[in-house]
Design a protein around this ligand. Structure first.
Ligand code: 5GP
Length: 203
């Protein structure tokens, strides 16, 4: 594996996509992994850009075929990462960024180990998250309550992550993200290092 992997998790409404967008070119050549989901698109979301939106049946076919690097049920819908485009981006030495939940992070870490760098991104408090979710009004009450409940559970997994970014100031959060993303590229897995050691000894 030549590329690097950066996993982002955090409650919906933490500002993950805004941070990636702001970081833009400062993090070099990257591939943002587009997940597949069975949830309905929100207003303005585009199939193939924000997610691949599929039926439950199609998703379950994908599971059977072994297409997913990881998948999980989040807020009652399936979400998963397809292996093929990720593998291609890694072969092209890109930084691959995943926006996945805490279950996905555990699976990716178990499969890919020390080459993974992870960041948990969150608003400063639960009440601030609540304000943001109601403020963006893309979901109904029931969905927002479900998301807030998941957030109270997700926050307890912070210690499993390499870094924590508290997004109370978007400029600062984006700067911190740039630092971590660029450091993630310098991380190597153990196999890479063994190759390097052999070359170093012979060189
Ligand atoms: P949203 O519905 O707000 O777009 O995403 C809901 C949650 O699903 C977020 O916590 C997001 O990180 C997570 N998620 C998105 N794509 C994936 C995926 O491919 N795998 C997993 N495990 N979680 C995902």
């Amino acid at each position: 594996m030549k590329g690097a992997i950066l996993v982002l998790s955090g409650p919906s409404g933490a500002g993950k996509s805004t941070i990636i967008h702001k970081a833009g070119e400062a993090i070099g050549d990257y591939y943002f992994s587009i997940s597949t989901t069975t949830r309905a698109p929100r207003e303005g979301e585009v199939d193939g850009v924000d997610y691949y939106f599929v039926s439950k049946e199609a998703f379950e076919e994908g599971i059977k075929a072994g297409d997913f690097l990881e998948y999980a049920t989040v807020h009652g819908n399936y979400y998963g990462t397809s292996m093929l485009p990720v593998q291609k981006a890694l072969d092209e030495e890109k930084l691959v960024i995943f926006d996945i939940d805490i279950q996905g992070h555990r699976l990716v870490r178990a499969k890919l180990g020390d080459v993974v760098t992870s960041i948990f991104i969150t608003p400063p408090t639960l009440s601030e998250l609540e304000k943001r979710l109601y403020g963006r009004s893309t979901e109904n009450n029931e969905v927002i309550l479900k998301r807030l409940k998941s957030a109270t559970n997700e926050i307890k997994a912070i210690a499993e992550y390499d870094f924590l970014i508290v997004n109370d100031d978007i400029q600062r959060a984006a700067q911190e993200f740039i630092l971590v993303a660029n450091s993630a590229r310098l991380k190597h897995c153990k196999e890479d290092l063994n190759g390097f050691i052999s070359q170093w000894l012979e060189g």
